[in-house]
Design a protein around this ligand. Sequence first.
Ligand code: S3P
Length: 440
Amino acid sequence: MTLAVLSARPGAALRGTLRVPGDKSISHRALILGALAGGTTTISGLLEGEDVLATAKAMRAFGAQVTRTGEGDWTVEGQAGLAEPDDIIDCGNAGTGVRLIMGAAAGFDLRATFTGDASLRKRPMGRVLGPLGLLGASWLSREGDRLPLTLSGGRLTGIRYVLPMASAQVKSAILLAGLNAAGETLVLEPEATRDHTERMLRAFGAQVEVSDEPEGRLIRLAGGQTLTGCHVDVPGDPSSAAFPLVAALITPGSQVTVEGVMLNSLRTGLIDTLVEMGADLTITGRRDAGGEEVGDITARHSALKGVVVPPGRAPSMIDEYPILAVAAAFAEGPTVMRGVGEMRVKESDRIALMAAGLAACGVGVEEEAEGFTVVGTAGGNHPVRGRATVTTHGDHRIAMSHLVLGLAAEGAVTVDEPSMIATSFPGFVELMTGLGAELG
Ligand code: S3P
């Protein structure tokens, strides 16, 4: 379905049980590690969103045989290394894709040219290129370290690097490059970020040591390690589950269960925050799925109250602030979100776009350089108005967040560029409609 715009109308309560697509972070990593490994990697539950499909295509270009064998089922025949691609690598909208692939490619004696869509070409690559340069890679980029850029890899030497920003993408790029560097690579992260790369490297047979030091979390990886293909079972993406769960919390009479959601504690900051706001959320069936904890999360319509979100929680919910801001719009009192400057360098400037979109929907927002405050309306005389058209700048999470708002507002909310939702959450409209949402 291709629509120029998409609208959400307030309507019935949302009810039902669903599964969301596989986790985006794990899906990218499964394809990249599968290509780096020797032998066969089988993947089930892969997110078949455009971002991940771009990574699959890229891994083919670097020499791996990547085959779709069924819905969410893929195999990767790795060549125990990457070969120089014949053509430009287009990573589409995916920051994770391009940054991790650049890290992986830097370890090999090759040149590769990377580009992406208009959003990705505006995003900073220097944060990855800097440490890759210290390892020994070189590159030629557009002004300001923007894509397109050509990277030359090979003959790397391990480094000790302190992450200047909480970024799992930067950490992962360094570790993937370090795999093929001489000596050890150490990354110190003052604030812990998602650890899927460390976990998956171990599943592929690499030795990765992690220790908690006074200055932060230290990851240590010896160079020259080989990876062996394995099976990766991709759990449901908590960043996607956030949309139906918050929709249920703010829409009267709703009860929604999302099954098989990943519960890695470095990803569940939104759940913790919503519970502090008074959300009726229950988690059942906690179990292990391929090395990650998963569970079934049920959300029921709740009277929410505003909170101050601890800045230190940001890395565990960095992609969830847009939908948290929507929950906050329906809460009683202000919700303060600080220490989230990284939101400004995502697929869009998410602080600016949430502030503009919420204001257009009649919600009070105060924007700061590294944060924002949303003044909730519940309990007052000003229910969330809606009745707006929101500019998304092609950002999937800005679009889905405002559509969720529209389901519980006084009047419909329309977003532009809804096709971008398919980058991370294919089937969003169908799944939400299945719960009773009025989207179209
Ligand atoms: C991701 C890390 C985060 C997140 C992105 C996925 C990953 O980005 O926003 O959607 O898979 O490593 P940063 O590393 O830039 O914080």
